[in-house]
Design a protein around this ligand. Structure first.
Ligand code: ATP
Length: 423
């Protein structure tokens, strides 16, 4: 029993993230540092269990450190290490640790050298950055003047890094991660991401049933972003092999249950997957867009190497453009309306003919907020995919503002092509 308890405590290293800065509270900056650190920490088996965003005020920062220390073994702070009067992390850290700030001559020299290498003299203000709490260690910063600080007290590890994401990431990976990996020994974590498209979160949860139970190991998390559902499998075990085997087993179960709803892995987007298939199958593609205004072409051309398969894109926004550019009879538009199955099909066929491609996609719809009628509400979009095997058309009602409607329509079009390319 005792061994079990000891093992459990070795497994239980947890982190809390404290982000310091008024700019994070007034909407000026989104704390991407939290997301970055949360992901990195989890990947080494130290889950972040809380995060605090705190104003530039010493007592508030100390309070946040105390809360974080109640939650976790490791406190990771970012921001407030600069040279200006609103950079108070050093002082808050000293207060929290109950230590004096001490000038480190070596650090001062490094900061001076940083300026000298840029042919500048160190402003007097920067001298404060050479002070760290007694007993703490400095973390080297090769990209800026703010050194990080690492201190241990009452079984807690407190690490402060600069707020600038580029500096923070470099210092975390170089100096902090190796130390945390050592602390996390005994626990291996394997993380896999499966990307899905074509149904909603609740339907996925239903299909997966008990696999998504909280507290299960592997844990399966589900997030949704503009129609793309990301399933993250987090397997935790005593050793890496076992964690990998557990994650593999779950990945297989998910694939069996979700089939072609899964389009990719990791950070893959639909355009990347569709692009790979087009390139492999040596097929070409043209697009004709109306309500998406180039969103589909942009997604496709965001992928390096798209010139292998992407040849043409039209934004035929007006009826006249649809007629003159894609050869759509004016009376077809007159009869069915620009937002209709008939016009979507004619756009796809017209684009494919003009571009002489294997595939063409067309999108026409009402992105809103104006332009709707009783029969054709905002969010109604027709999408056609045309090839030698015929023309498929789908209509869907998307909800939300203009941009999400455009993005979802473009993603849905890519997904239709993905499913066509499979067969
Ligand atoms: P320095 O003063 O040397 O730039 P610092 O540690 O004082 O470093 P801050 O002044 O707090 O850092 O932040 C610098 C910039 O970094 C901010 O203006 C902001 O744009 C960005 N930043 C700060 N915190 C975060 C965060 N949590 N997520 C993303 N960006 C951040």
């Amino acid at each position: 029993l005792r061994l079990g308890l000891r093992l459990k405590s070795a497994f239980m290293k947890k982190a809390s993230i404290v982000n310091i800065g008024n700019e994070l509270l007034n909407g000026q900056t989104v704390s991407t540092n939290t997301a970055y650190l949360g992901e990195k920490l989890l990947s080494i088996g130290i889950p972040a269990v809380s995060s605090y965003i705190i104003t530039d005020d010493i007592d508030s920062i100390v309070r946040a450190f105390n809360l974080a220390a109640d939650d976790a073994d490791i406190i990771l702070a970012t921001g407030g290490l600069g040279p200006t009067d609103d950079d108070l992390t050093r002082e808050a850290m000293a207060k929290f640790l109950n230590k004096e700030l001490q000038l480190q001559d070596e650090l001062l020299q490094k900061i001076k050298d940083f300026f000298t290498s840029r042919e500048r003299q160190m402003p007097e203000k920067n001298k404060v950055q050479a002070y760290i709490p007694a007993g703490a260690k400095a973390i080297a910063n090769n990209l800026g003047t703010a050194p990080g600080i690492m201190a241990e007290a009452n079984d807690k590890l407190l690490i402060a890094l600069p707020g600038v994401p580029l500096e923070m990431k470099q210092m975390f990976e170089e100096s902090v991660l190796p130390k945390l990996k050592r602390l996390a020994t005994g626990q291996a974590v394997e993380i896999r991401k499966l990307k899905c498209f074509g149904t909603g979160e609740s339907n996925i949860a239903e299909l997966l049933g008990p696999l998504m139970q909280r507290g299960r190991n592997p844990l399966i998390n589900c997030t949704a972003d503009c129609g793309v559902i990301t399933l993250t499998i987090i397997a935790t075990a005593e050793d890496e092999n076992k964690a990998v085997r557990m994650a593999e087993r779950d990945e297989k179960s998910l694939r069996d249950k979700l089939g072609e709803l899964i389009y990719g892995t990791g950070e893959q987007g639909l355009a990347e997957v569709v692009g790979e298939k087009l390139a492999q199958q040596k097929k070409t593609l043209a697009v004709a867009e109306s309500c998406t205004g180039g969103t589909l072409a942009k997604l496709l051309t965001n992928i390096a190497g798209a010139s292998k398969y992407f040849t043409y894109g039209w934004i035929t926004y007006s009826n006249n453009a649809k007629t003159t550019e894609l050869g759509i009879p004016a009376d077809l538009i007159e009869k069915y309306g620009a937002v209709s199955e008939q016009v979507a099909q004619a756009m796809a066929k017209g684009a494919r003919k003009k571009a002489s491609t294997d595939f063409a996609i067309a999108i026409t719809g009402i992105a809103g907020p104006a332009g709707a009628s009783e029969q054709k509400p905002v969010g109604l979009v027709y999408i056609s995919v045309d090839s030698d095997n015929g023309c498929d058309t789908k209509h869907q009602l998307f909800f939300g503002d203009r941009e999400p409607i455009q993005l979802r329509a473009a993603q849905t079009a890519l997904n239709m092509l993905r499913l066509r390319l499979k067969n």
